[in-house]
Design a protein around this ligand. Structure first.
Ligand code: PLP
Length: 642
């Protein structure tokens, strides 16, 4: 557990149970022992064939845990409720979930359902996001906010105003000054009184990777001059009462509560000024940015962590708003936050299998199958001299000199090979000799490559794109000390498709030997049956993930805690995209492709070997049928290894 810092990043949802498997505590601290879910049992249930009682879904697999999502939402609400109560704050907290974090239908529906008692709402940043937020919120609390952020054209604004007509508590947040004219015009045409918010461009700057949106040069929001112009224009249009919300977002993963307090205080001053100018202000929306402790260090100095938890975050927000409002004698506003990462990261686990691993050891001299005389004869004069110097140094046990000559030998041989003067067998023998020598001197690179049935580009795009690290851990065998160090290499034909940086700060991960189906063949261990989990990846990864090499998304299951004979129930199971489906995304037409290939099968003919003409025809027909049905299967299979 401590090797992978599970307690640090995983508490209170993940731990290691007595059988060495990862256990999920779906209700966090309130989970009773019989409610814990053994993740390996979920993998078994989902991946085993239907004939043996499983669901027959292929890996990789996303396991969604709605109970964890509910617990996160309630913990966030509780943190704000407690801070509000203990600080005597005179209004309430009402969060929204920014759907861009993960637009999956069931996640958004769950947030609306779990949040309806708390007036929890949604935030949209585009027209399709607004459409999904509108339809989901029809089942939510009537007071839940529907915050419309992002760049807006006339159609977006019309849609947001229609949402108001439908009695959804919609706020159009101006990101650009020009949007105001559209809002005034269209609301008059549609005869709807809009509720307007403004996104302020704060001076407070978050210096980390996620802070590019903040500061005076940030991409989004209105400057103080623009804020004033908007207020004046609304006053002139007799719509200043419509301006009710002030929003800001200083970036994701805000590292410290000090920076947070800075931003919230600056924004609250603007809020108070707008009250003074006569706007109908009611809500301060502190945006997203509530951070996640990906590496378990709980440290603001780490790029993968933050130095606070939910309680400290909520407490700081409430305190900063209260302090600024009290000084200006302004009524305490409703506090809204757009926490996305903090809400959905924990509830989703990506599980994948290691299918093979590279050699654990350098080859032995005997495995090289070397005919020494033939080998030495085949070398050039220079290389032969290197070889003799190498063997002399070896007899004198002078390993440093050995290594120097070995490197020279290798370099000479590579040059000769490139020139076409050395054959492949000689080059391979030299490589083998150098590896044996390096091993003897302890310089052999003992980090092994584990090939995993996964696409980094599809499932962990933030690792590839911005170097973000997620906790990756074997989900079983944790009662055995891992004896190997490895990096993970995915299935794509791309050298970036690997994970070689881990939350420990190391460039390899402690792993267990593979002992699955394949055994060890030519120094490569067969995999099967070694499962790893990537945790805390519920936010952003799925929507950002691409189709590089046409690997589609993983299978997805929804797993709820259940009081039945097993501690869990799989309430939804969806396989990932088939080859035909991913091809369709790229405008190919699988049905047409299949017909083309089928036609080619007919054309080719497969003449049997029999003497009898009728037998030949039958064999030919059989061969065609086999080929065509194989092709049909290929279209329906998943792109990942079966
Ligand atoms: N609100 C806005 C305007 C954002 O741009 C973002 C993300 O960058 C969020 C909310 C969600 O942020 P987080 O996931 O860090 O809570």
């Amino acid at each position: 557990e401590s090797l992978y810092k599970i307690n640090g990043w995983g508490a209170p949802y993940f731990s290691v149970n007595s059988t060495g498997n990862i256990s999920v505590h779906p209700h966090g601290l309130n989970t009773l022992p019989h409610q814990e879910i053994d993740l390996m049992k979920v993998v078994k249930k989902v991946s085993e064939p239907k004939s043996t009682g499983g669901l027959g879904l292929p890996l990789p697999l996303i396991v969604r845990l709605p109970d964890v999502l509910k617990n996160r939402l309630e913990s966030l609400q509780y943190a704000f409720d407690s801070a509000i109560k203990s600080q005597g704050y005179d209004s309430h907290y009402q969060g929204v979930y920014p759907v861009k974090c993960n637009q999956d239908r069931f996640i958004v529906e769950d947030v609306v359902e779990f949040g309806s008692a708390y007036r929890f709402g949604l935030e949209a940043g585009s027209k399709p996001e607004l459409l999904l937020a509108m339809s989901c919120l029809c089942k939510g609390s009537p007071d839940a906010l529907l915050i419309c952020n992002g760049y807006k054209d006339a159609e977006y604004i019309s849609l947001a105003l229609v949402a108001r007509k439908l009695h959804l508590n919609t706020v159009i947040v101006l990101e650009q000054e020009e949007e105001l004219d559209l809002v005034i015009d269209i609301s008059r045409k549609l005869d709807v009184r809009p509720v307007i918010g403004m996104r302020a461009k704060l001076r407070t700057k978050h210096a980390g990777h996620f802070g590019a949106t903040s500061g005076e040069k940030g991409k989004f929001g209105l400057t103080t001059m623009q804020i004033l112009r908007v207020a004046k224009k609304l006053e002139k249009a007799r719509m200043l009462d419509c301006l009710q919300l002030l929003h800001f977002h200083i970036g994701s993963q805000i590292p410290t509560t000090e920076l947070l307090a800075d931003g919230v205080s600056e924004a609250t001053q603007i809020y108070c000024e707008l009250v003074r100018l006569g706007a109908g202000m009611k809500v301060i929306d502190v945006g997203g940015g509530l951070g996640i402790d990906y590496d378990g260090s709980h440290s603001a100095n780490s790029d993968n962590s933050v130095g606070y938890g939910l309680e400290e975050y909520a407490s700081m927000v409430v305190q900063a708003i209260r302090f600024a409002c009290d000084r200006k004698l302004v009524k305490h506003p409703v506090i809204c936050s757009e926490s996305g990462r903090a809400l959905v990261s924990h509830h989703s686990i990506l599980i994948f299998e290691a299918v093979s691993a590279t050699a654990a050891e350098a080859p032995s001299v005997s495995s090289l199958g070397l005919d020494l005389e033939y080998f030495v004869e085949g070398l050039t004069d220079e290389a032969r001299a290197d070889y003799h110097n190498l063997t002399t140094a070896a007899t004198q046990r002078d390993f440093d000199t050995c290594l120097v000559h070995a490197n020279q030998l290798k370099n000479h041989c590579v040059e000769e090979f490139k020139e076409g003067n050395l054959d492949l067998e000689h080059l391979a023998a030299v490589d083998g000799l150098c590896e044996i020598l390096a091993k003897a001197m302890g310089a052999f690179d003992s980090v092994r490559t584990y090939h995993v049935n996964l696409s980094v580009f599809t499932s962990i795009p933030d690792f590839w794109g911005i170097g973000q690290q997620f906790p990756i851990v074997p989900i079983h065998k944790l009662d055995q000390r891992p004896g190997v160090k490895g990096v993970l290499s995915d299935l794509t034909c791309d050298s970036d498709g690997k994970v070689d940086k881990f939350i420990s700060g190391e460039s390899s991960l402690p792993l267990h030997e593979l002992e699955g189906k394949g055994g060890s063949v030519n120094g490569v261990s067969g995999g099967g049956g070694y499962y790893l989990g990537m945790f805390l990846g519920g936010a952003y990864q799925e929507a950002l993930g691409g189709l590089h090499n046409l690997f589609g998304g993983p299978s997805v299951v929804r797993v709820s805690q259940s009081d039945g004979p097993h501690s869990f129930a799989v309430t939804r199971a969806v396989p990932g995209l088939s080859c035909a489906e991913v091809l369709r995304v790229m405008q190919h037409e699988p049905e047409f492709m299949f017909e083309t290939l089928k036609h080619r099968v007919e054309e080719c003919g497969h003449g049997g070997s029999s003497e009898d003409e009728q037998d030949v025809e039958e064999e030919d027909e059989m061969a065609r049928v086999t080929l065509v049905s194989g092709l049909a299967r290929s279209f329906h299979n998943m792109p990942y290894l079966a």
